[in-house]
Write a protein that binds this ligand. Sequence first.
Ligand code: ACM
Ligand code: ZN
Length: 538
Amino acid sequence: MQKSIVLFFLAVFTAVSAVAQSDINIIPRPVKLTTSKGSLDLSKRAAAIELTGADASLSVFLDKFLKSKDVEAGRDPKAKGYPVKLSIARLDDLGDEGYTLSVSKKGIAIQANAEAGLFYGIQTLIQLTPVNGTKIPFVEITDYPRFAYRGLHLDVGRHMFPVEFIKKYIDLMAKHKFNRFHWHLTEDQGWRIEIKNYPQLQTRAAYRNETLIGHAGENPERFDGKRYGGYYTQDEVKDVIAYAAARYVTIVPEIEMPGHALAALSAYPELGCAGGPYDAATKWGVFDPVFCAGKEETFIFLESVLDEVIALFPGKYIHIGGDECPKTSWKACANCQKRIKAESLKDEHELQSYFINRIEKYVNSKGRQIIGWDEILEGGLAPNATVMSWRGEEGGIAAAKQKHTVIMTPGNWCYFDHYQDTSKTEPLAIGGLTPVREVYAYEPLPPQLTADESKYILGAQANLWTEYIGTPEHAEYMAYPRACALAEVVWSPKEGKDYINFLQRMEPHLQRLKKWNVNCAQHLVKEIEYLKNPQTKK
Ligand code: ACM
Ligand code: ZN
């Protein structure tokens, strides 16, 4: 065992003896929580939930929980019911997502300025309920998020996931008070959203001929020989959007441009510089053919696609990608070079900036804002763009200094496609190592920013790229419990951040995740065991 690890666990043990064990295990940790003597048995609820000023869907949602099998199991039909109140009230400083929750002999009361706050109060109540039991302690909770943007991403381009799983992913997000689902819908290996104006996106771009077996670095390359693909119909997309909205999750759809476009080019080869033919990629990486920035047809196509996307998704943000766009084909393309000249651009980086600026103008004209990966800084930022900082924090820092809003997703802490443990038994992953402890340690506000500049950091997000993740079970394994750690990073106050306390709360929370049927990675079990008994072999 390394010296640093020994020191870490010594520190852990010392801290444990100082922290009182508690029955309360809410993830993410609330801002303020006080307990008093006594408890309330959830199974003895009064008949109806009192709802003041809020949509009935919230009482239906809570009612469903209170009538669930586990809560109902202990019901005593003769017992006097306790009241449950959900009310919109004026609560200074709690914002649209904050809430207060009171559990006392007077019953349960959740108050908030807005419905999202009531929803989060309900989530906290659900987590106050023991995994095996119905008695909840008397508590007073005041809670609100640290960051406005609390996101998880899912790449459905490399592998496609059933609608039922997308809903489960969103549901689990909501349980952890995440509020933005970044749905990465188009890739070199597959186009996954129905666009009615371009039927070949469905018949051609949604499928690849086969898929690489093993890691992209292996030599010789092996393929499975099986056609792979699929797409979400617009009806399915609408259904997912409504499901997310009911859980106060806004979807950020991503349509990748100008790179990661091979699947689209396979369907409409005239949109590439060389005119094709192209095939959707069958392996992983970055590919030279990209949308031609010189041809007007490219913009006609993308604007038409964006029209349909904007009509479907009600959120403020449309993600337009912008990452990993090789300039090779633009350098060799007469149309792209003509555009560079006509627009007095310095080089291909400025051509990318022209591309993104033009798309931004279009998206803004429809009343929406763009988000792009941090490469959109190269050649100059589009005036209203939000930057998603993935190649470290530098892009986010530079954008914030230019007074652009930023979402932090730096690879070291926020890439859930990385390995989470060094064990040889881990399933094949892209590389990297991002254990839960590292996610928990992430601080989204870089010290390089002043307090004023820090205001441009809207929040953080974890990304789940799926080159090596082919099933829902595997996606859950990569996302949980790391998403629990990120939930605390983006929701809970920085003050009082304490990994040991987090681990203590994670012990019952792992049981809760099991009850929620999540295929959660179990590496923390060993850490928790060591915490309780430092003699255990690590
Ligand atoms: C990315 O990981 N290419 C944004
Ligand atoms: Zn071109």
